[in-house]
Design a protein around this ligand. Structure first.
Ligand code: SF4
Length: 315
């Protein structure tokens, strides 16, 4: 069976996500506005490092696009705000979420770096989301600055206070992500304090990640699978390892305009040829053929990390 996907400016995927099943991405931030400039970012260096919230897009266009995709018979488990920058920088985020909740039953997730959670207006905007996925990579100022390279007014204290305030007010699920970087935040000493802080905040799940896709800085080195497992044991039963796509989530239908769909994802994250096959429902041979064509047209480029081939969009 093939399905017609509406053309998209703000919506990408659905991407088979380990955490969210088939996740329809919604990107309401221009590339690359962010409060951070993380060394592991897959989108690239932050060109607009800011904490100023703005209306970047017409909220009605975003809402119409999401609803169009919801009605297009694709498998969608979550509508997820994420993409080219920090979604809470969009000051219309709350009104978009509230409007979507009135028009669809699909749950909404927001992936945020957590840097603006100390602001009441941001927490109010997130109140109606079903799942919030903030990050906290470090609990020493040195590691925080080295990994996240935050905008001037964002401090480690404001990050932790923001997470505590969120937990006190927010009734949905909080799944906290920790990106582990070799020799920066993976020492036992640092992890002891991180666990203490995370436990005191009281999140519902801890998601452990490491660098497996091409990061923007070569210094951002991932940790081994063995070390990840040790750290998972250390954090206990709420901790899960979330690197990579779920291998059991495969599209059973092929998209007719899959190339545009894949390019929309490749602007925001890198994919292996196997990922492309899973996302589109193509066979691996068809995915290879299509990627080679896009490579020839210079619309994608290749990266190899630890012997694994990834594709990213050229622009
Ligand atoms: S990883 Fe996320 S928070 Fe960090 S710079 Fe990239 S978009 Fe911003």
């Amino acid at each position: 069976m093939s399905i017609i996907i509406p053309m998209s400016r703000y919506v990408f995927g659905p991407v088979p996500s380990r955490r969210l099943g088939f996740s329809l991405g919604v990107d309401i931030i221009p590339r690359k506005y962010c409060t951070f400039d993380c060394i592991y970012c897959q989108v690239g260096r932050t060109t607009e490092k800011t904490v100023l919230r703005s209306s970047f897009v017409d909220p009605n266009d975003v809402i119409d696009e999401v609803i169009g995709h919801i009605h297009s018979r694709q498998p969608i488990d979550f509508v997820t705000f994420s993409g080219s920058g920090e979604p809470t920088l969009n000051k219309d985020l709350g009104s978009i979420i509230r409007a979507l909740k009135k028009r669809m039953s699909t749950p909404i997730a927001v992936i945020t770096n957590g840097s603006l959670l100390d602001r009441p207006d941001v927490r109010k905007d997130l109140a109606e989301a079903d799942v919030l996925m903030p990050s906290l990579d470090a609990v020493t100022e040195d590691a925080f600055v080295r990994i996240n390279r935050p905008a001037g007014s964002v401090s480690l204290i404001s990050m932790i206070e923001g997470l505590r305030a969120l937990r006190a007010e927010y009734r949905g699920q909080i799944w906290l992500e920790i990106m582990l970087i070799k020799n920066i935040n993976d020492t036992s000493q640092h992890l002891e304090v991180l666990k203490e802080v995370v436990t005191s905040i009281g999140v519902d799940k801890i998601h452990l990640n490491t660098v497996v896709r091409p990061p923007c800085e070569a210094a951002a080195e991932g940790i081994s699978e063995e070390r990840l497992s040790e750290i998972q044991d250390f954090f206990g039963s709420t901790a899960e390892i979330i690197c990579g796509f779920r291998k059991d989530h495969v599209r059973s239908s092929q998209e007719e305009n899959w190339e545009e769909s894949i390019l929309a994802i490749l602007k925001r994250r890198s994919l292996t040829p196997d990922d492309v096959a899973r996302v589109t429902g193509l066979t691996r041979a068809q995915a290879d053929e299509g990627l080679i064509r896009l490579l020839g047209e210079k619309r994608v480029k290749e990266h190899v990390v630890d012997g694994v081939l990834y594709y990213v969009a050229t622009k």
